[in-house]
Unconditional design. Structure first.
Length: 620
């Protein structure tokens, strides 16, 4: 990063040269004297700038621009003054100069003086109210730049109220104009906004979080914001902050990941997953109870195996004639370093004397007093953020499933409504989509022997049967992605999907066909058993109807599903009653088959197999 001393070196040097050259002028002495006076003013102002830089009290972006323009103006003035050194009449004749040249240079130096004066006025320090003196000459071609710089200065050095107003102003400018949002980020507003976000008043922090959300316009802007330090600040807020601030931060975090998915790893590196899960499970009792059950189930085998040995090792050796202690509250003292006879009585944790409630209890009381709408909004934003974070990312998905997130999602799907439920379903759907391609994740997180996995599947099936299409589609998709995790005994999964084949919503029926196709495909180890379950659940007739009247991917999936059923359970009488053979033969003439060459061979095999069993049934 360029030092302020380096920025000021050349302007100071040019100012001194201008003063010296003006003293040596042989012609246009009056005009050169005016330039010398302006050079003296600039020298004094540059000293103030250098003094302000020592206190870290300058706005760097406008200062760089002002100094660049000052260098150009001083160079022009210096060239003009040097032409005035000679007193020769011949030299004056061949040197083309006029009073207008001095007017132009004087105007440039006046602008430089005004710019530096404006810079010093917005670079107040301490708690002093900043003095904003309108539009500086340097921003005449881009008036909004002055507004950006002044608000950034207020963020850095203003009062708490000024910081809140400045954050709100920048946020509104970024919200209404994408170009202005990018410029605000380029001008360095993110760093002071992050500082306000972590250190300001609750209202100022909320305004800063909103402003950062409005500034996230595209991938390049998000990358710049990440480089300016929003990720660790967001995690800090998610760990401890007022609920309304956390809502805005979760929304902004989600937006940055949605715009630039490559930032998923960045947030994982800053350990954003666990604070989000903690917020998701806050005030939920069911996940805590289920988490204890899961922990007990994991430990029970180990405890049973080692119990006898542990009892033997931990039991005290009684002295002859001594009686066992009747006080379970008497424990060995941790600091006794194994010395015999040193004990300490266990006592409940006590509050610090004279301090009243602890900070944690105060924070909890404040959070408990928030309205139900605020709590629901926070959970909805957190669930949506987790949805974006796990999307297509195996590493984050594994990290998430190692927490109590699955239990939290299941509870929210059961007890909550609206955006909370929808975002929870979508997060689970993305997790299932990742698990479909990641064998380790599928076996670790969605094994049906796991209580967490079972309760999640229960909720997915319940929502499928409830009949809300906006939830049915993602729930069916999730069940389809998990098709390889269900053992033979999980017969309850297929029936709800088959029931949706006749759903009045085309999207739901199409999703059900695609999900069942994953159950019956050859890649599924239990394809034969699942195919038999589909046929026994009366799934063949609606599949035939979709082959006849369906469109697009739904029709293709229905054809593939029927082909798998024919190959795996072609001998089934229930399948024969649905008359799939005419439907498959009719599809061979469908032009859509040209776009799916892989289906030719599968279709031919299915038709051949159905013909064999049909002829056999006729001969019998």
């Amino acid at each position: 990063m360029e030092k302020i001393e380096d920025i000021l070196t050349l302007p100071v040097q040019l100012t001194e040269e201008l003063r010296q050259s003006a003293n040596e002028a042989g012609t246009y002495r009056l005009e050169c004297g005016e330039l010398k006076a302006k050079a003296e003013s600039l020298r004094q102002l540059l000293r103030l700038v250098a003094r302000g830089s020592n206190n870290d009290g300058l706005c760097m972006r406008p200062m760089r621009r002002i100094m660049q323009e000052l260098e150009k103006s001083l160079c022009k003035a210096l060239i003009l003054v040097r032409k005035c050194k000679s007193t020769s009449v011949f030299q004056r004749v061949i040197t083309i100069m006029s009073a207008n040249d001095f007017k132009r240079v004087n105007h440039l130096l006046d602008n430089a003086i005004a710019d530096i004066t404006w810079l010093l006025s917005i670079s107040g320090s301490g708690n002093c109210k900043l003095e904003l003196n309108g539009l500086p000459p340097i921003a005449s071609s881009e008036p909004m730049m002055s507004l950006f710089w002044e608000n950034i200065a207020l963020l850095e050095r203003g009062t708490e109220d000024q910081k809140e107003d400045a954050a709100s102003s920048l946020g509104l400018l970024a919200r209404d104009n994408d170009r202005l949002g990018r410029i605000i980020v380029e001008e360095g507003a993110v760093v002071p906004l992050v500082k306000v976000l972590t250190e300001g008043t609750p209202k100022a922090r909320e305004a800063a979080a909103k402003a950062l959300g409005y500034m996230a316009k595209d991938a390049s802007t998000v990358k710049q914001m990440i480089a300016d330090g929003i990720a660790p600040a967001f995690v800090k807020i998610l760990i401890s902050a007022p609920m309304r601030v956390q809502i805005e931060v979760a929304h902004t975090l989600c937006q940055t990941v949605a715009i630039d998915p490559t930032q998923q790893e960045t947030y994982m590196e800053h350990q954003a997953i666990r604070p989000l899960v903690s917020l998701l499970g806050e005030s939920l009792e069911e996940p805590d109870k289920m988490q204890q059950a899961v922990a007990i189930q994991k430990l029970v085998t180990t405890v049973a195996a080692n119990r006898a040995q542990q009892v033997h090792l931990e039991a005290p050796i009684p002295k002859p004639g001594s009686k066992p202690s009747a006080h379970p509250s008497v424990l060995p003292q941790p600091n006794s370093k194994g010395k015999p006879g040193v004990i300490q009585r266990a006592s409940p944790p006590s509050m610090d004397p004279g301090r009243g409630l602890s900070q944690r209890e105060l924070n909890k009381r404040e959070r408990d007093s928030e309205s139900a709408e605020v709590k629901a909004e926070l959970k909805a934003e957190v669930a949506r953020t987790l949805w974006m974070l796990v999307k297509g990312n195996s590493k984050i998905s594994k990290n998430l499933t190692e927490t109590k997130a699955l239990l939290c999602f299941a509870t929210l799907m059961d007890k909550w409504r609206g955006a909370v439920r929808f975002n929870s379903v979508m997060a689970l759907t993305e997790l299932a989509a990742v698990a479909e391609k990641d064998v380790e994740l599928r076996r670790a997180a969605f094994k049906m022997s796991s209580p967490a996995a079972r309760v999640v599947v229960d909720q997915l099936l319940r929502l499928i049967e409830e009949g809300d299409p906006s939830l049915q589609v993602p729930c069916i998709r999730a069940i389809g992605c998990l098709s390889r995790t269900f053992p033979v005994r999980e017969t309850r999964v297929v029936k709800p999907l088959v029931n949706q084949l006749e759903n009045t919503s085309d999207n739901v029926a199409a999703e059900a066909v695609m999900a069942l196709e994953k159950f019956a495909c050859t890649e599924n180890f239990l394809h034969k058993e699942h195919s038999q379950a589909i046929v026994e659940a009366s799934g063949a007739p609606p599949i035939v109807q979709i082959i006849y009247f369906g469109e697009g991917e739904a029709q293709i999936s229905a054809v593939m599903l029927m082909c798998y059923l024919a190959l795996h359970v072609g001998e089934s009488e229930e399948l024969a009653k649905a008359e799939p053979l005419p439907a498959l033969k009719g599809f061979t003439k469908n032009p859509a088959l040209n776009h799916h060459p892989f289906l030719d061979k599968l279709l031919a095999q299915a038709i051949t197999r159905l013909q064999i069993f049909q002829e056999k049934g006729t001969s019998d």
